[in-house]
Design a protein around this ligand. Sequence first.
Ligand SMILES: *[C@@H]1O[C@H](CO)[C@@H](O)[C@H](O)[C@H]1NC(C)=O
Ligand SMILES: *[C@@H]1O[C@H](CO)[C@@H](O)[C@H](O)[C@H]1NC(C)=O
Ligand SMILES: *[C@@H]1O[C@H](CO)[C@@H](O)[C@H](O)[C@H]1NC(C)=O
Ligand SMILES: *[C@@H]1O[C@H](CO)[C@@H](O)[C@H](O)[C@H]1NC(C)=O
Ligand SMILES: *[C@@H]1O[C@H](CO)[C@@H](O)[C@H](O)[C@H]1NC(C)=O
Ligand SMILES: *[C@@H]1O[C@H](CO)[C@@H](O)[C@H](O)[C@H]1NC(C)=O
Ligand SMILES: *[C@@H]1O[C@H](CO)[C@@H](O)[C@H](O)[C@H]1NC(C)=O
Ligand SMILES: *[C@@H]1O[C@H](CO)[C@@H](O)[C@H](O)[C@H]1NC(C)=O
Length: 739
Amino acid sequence: MYWLLILLVAIAGCTHAQLTAQTSVAPELRECYLDPLLVNRNNLPPSTIQVLIDIIQKIEDNSDVNVDLRQLSALVLHTLIPSNLQVLANTTLNSSLKCAIHHMLSTTVDARVRGDENTCNQLSQYRALRTARSVNDDVEILNLAQIKSATHGNMRQYDPNDDVEFSNYGGSKSEKQLLGESQCPLLDGVAFTDWGAVSTGNVIAGIAAGAQLQQVPVVELAKGSVLNYNNVQQTVTSIYPATLSGDLAEAVLIQGTDRGSPSIAIGTAGNWNSSQAHRHYMLHSRVNVEMTDPEIRGDIDGFLLGSTITNALNSYSSLRLSQLLDMYYSSRNGVFNADFRACNRRSLSQQYITSANLVGETYAFAAALDTNMPLRGTIIGGLESLVNSAVTNFQSYTSSNLNDLSCLTSDGQSPDYRLKTNLYIALDSSWQYSAVYPAIAYLLDAIEVGKFGSSATLLSAFDGSIVVNTTFSPADFHSNYTLLKHQSMLTGVNLETSLTNIRLMMQESLRNESLRNYVGGNSTVLLYLINSGNIQNNEAVWEQARQLNNTVPDLRIIFATATNQFDSLWNLVRDMHNDIKTIALSSTGTNVEIVMGSVLERIQQRTRQFDDFVEPGYINFYAISPNYFFEQNDNRRLRVVRSSSGVGSLVICHSRSVVQPSGNIEIFLQNPCDGFWTINSCPPLYLSVQSNTGGAAATSAVCTDSPTTSDIKSRSRSWDVSVGLAVLELVSSSYSLLS
Ligand SMILES: *[C@@H]1O[C@H](CO)[C@@H](O)[C@H](O)[C@H]1NC(C)=O
Ligand SMILES: *[C@@H]1O[C@H](CO)[C@@H](O)[C@H](O)[C@H]1NC(C)=O
Ligand SMILES: *[C@@H]1O[C@H](CO)[C@@H](O)[C@H](O)[C@H]1NC(C)=O
Ligand SMILES: *[C@@H]1O[C@H](CO)[C@@H](O)[C@H](O)[C@H]1NC(C)=O
Ligand SMILES: *[C@@H]1O[C@H](CO)[C@@H](O)[C@H](O)[C@H]1NC(C)=O
Ligand SMILES: *[C@@H]1O[C@H](CO)[C@@H](O)[C@H](O)[C@H]1NC(C)=O
Ligand SMILES: *[C@@H]1O[C@H](CO)[C@@H](O)[C@H](O)[C@H]1NC(C)=O
Ligand SMILES: *[C@@H]1O[C@H](CO)[C@@H](O)[C@H](O)[C@H]1NC(C)=O
């Protein structure tokens, strides 16, 4: 990732490389601001934690990239890099993904080394970890003249070569805000999570700093200037300025000088302007935006993850950055401990962040920053009391104003099983893109499209042709399914043509899988999203549906239509009362969760099968279609293998009629289709496997996501903390494809 990295300078004899940000956008990133296609955020994947994790996985999975968590977290923030590190090739990510990750971490990446690192200040490397800073000759992102003319008082001479924070004046925080007078400025560098919008650059900065924890002398940060304040502690711990005290000190200095306010305001709320297409985060205010809500969350999360990273690496030394984020921003699970996850942010912050330490660290950092930072005025009254005010307000704001989803609510709202489904969407392009895109984005999120989750494929409802090919990557899906792509689709719905082509494609892929000895045909949902009225159904259509039904037994067809079309579609689905839904999508994409809830529920009934990993806190559900055990075979049995030891036990339940069985039921597989004449009349075997850990936290872990055994379907969230890998084997079985 040449464009993020730029240049490395290692100072001989120094424990850390001095690296500073140049006040311009790196050439490799300019296209993100110049190319009209890339400038339009709607052409980039949305800013969500899933997309960020996905892009990080792409970097980690790249065979040319050989860096560990420590190096990668620093690398994406271009600082603290060991001098021998191999630079990532500029082909690691293409433009869309490069710009997408840039915008998610944009408070950190628009900087490069100037070449005068010998004289640069130490401060910059911590500010560079998380500070918005961008001035550019070619691209007018930040209006320098405006900043200069706005300054007054004791403002020090602005030195374009000095790597200091200067983009915060006039209530402006990010690059974009400086362009206008918007009352609801856009905040960049923010990613959506279920537990509130998070400044992900701050999170990564905390991880990077925690992975290379250092005590930095304050005199070094002050570049030899004499501090204006007394009783300042001698050193700061690097994780503080990278996260909490970085923003707090900034708020203290800017608000303290700008307004001479005795009380430092912390927290600025905001929202995404679309509940499903998370691309624009808008602040509710343009004053006191030094420490916005997403930054508070990012600072806390970064501080917590940075504080625990050494322990986590002790538990599992080849832990990946993507895995760490995935475990923390997960409905269940947590970082080797169910308590250590984003929904628990508030209580974790009370547990890990002590007021006295935060005050001491912030005071020291603010005192050092004050010697370096061009400010609009001087601090009147004591710096220490302003720091106290900031820390007090931070703590009260965090406990009273950040009302993010709690673990209790979060557990209640999310299923305790992982969704692993292949979702095929046959789309009628007569839907307005603005109406249907949020609905599709919602489904993809909810079924956890991802490396270890579900896949998505977008087809045309006109002829079944592929619009976006099957992918497990949300970033790939979103960068391909653009407005332009939508508009280029053939319009209209033709069930006969599309079902025929979809059937042929799925049969071919089943054949491909059996050639690869893959048994267990994935649970598959074919969802028709239809806007047009008067859908034609006839004998020929029904015949296609029947063949699909009989030859692809793990497939379920669901119709979601804009108008009630039950009367024309009822004979095409397996369960006419549940598999046909009417959905009223609004053209602005609002209320998607409510509108699509019932469709999602049907998809959730379908989960994947066979070898898989049981995670603490989750139940895995499986459905084995009768095609695997229709033919008579006395030796056939289903075996659940526990591949490694651990605390806790596996609870296994099965049923022939209850889709998600719970409670023990006896297994019977010798003649499971006795009395049934056809495959389709013989019910599948439903199975569930649950880990029973008794709530124990892990002290050591084994990762089942081994990058070398690609044939094992593995999951990053699958930590062998309790019960380990359960492999379900269907012994002496062969697949019958009778229709
Ligand atoms: C990658 O960098 C090389 C030079 O280092 C340049 O020639 C090439 O055009 C770049 N490729 C892309 C895709 O930016
Ligand atoms: C969100 O705001 C951006 C920037 O103003 C705009 O381009 C986009 O259309 C808005 N999206 C919605 C759904 O309102
Ligand atoms: C997305 O589009 C690119 C070309 O722009 C293509 O190479 C890629 O295969 C597509 N990905 C999917 C998942 O369809
Ligand atoms: C879709 O992906 C499959 C599997 O990777 C591939 O065989 C097929 O050629 C692709 N189809 C299109 C239209 O890109
Ligand atoms: C970038 O790569 C992703 C796959 O990693 C692909 O889906 C997307 O279409 C590509 N974008 C461009 C502009 O090539
Ligand atoms: C099946 O495999 C063939 C040969 O590898 C490939 O061309 C084809 O696209 C595959 N079909 C599907 C649906 O994956
Ligand atoms: C079935 O799942 C496996 C593993 O997730 C995947 O590799 C394969 O492509 C899937 N097959 C289809 C047809 O989606
Ligand atoms: C599909 O198969 C099921 C049995 O598995 C049967 O009840 C249903 O009627 C079939 N539907 C169609 C459209 O053939």
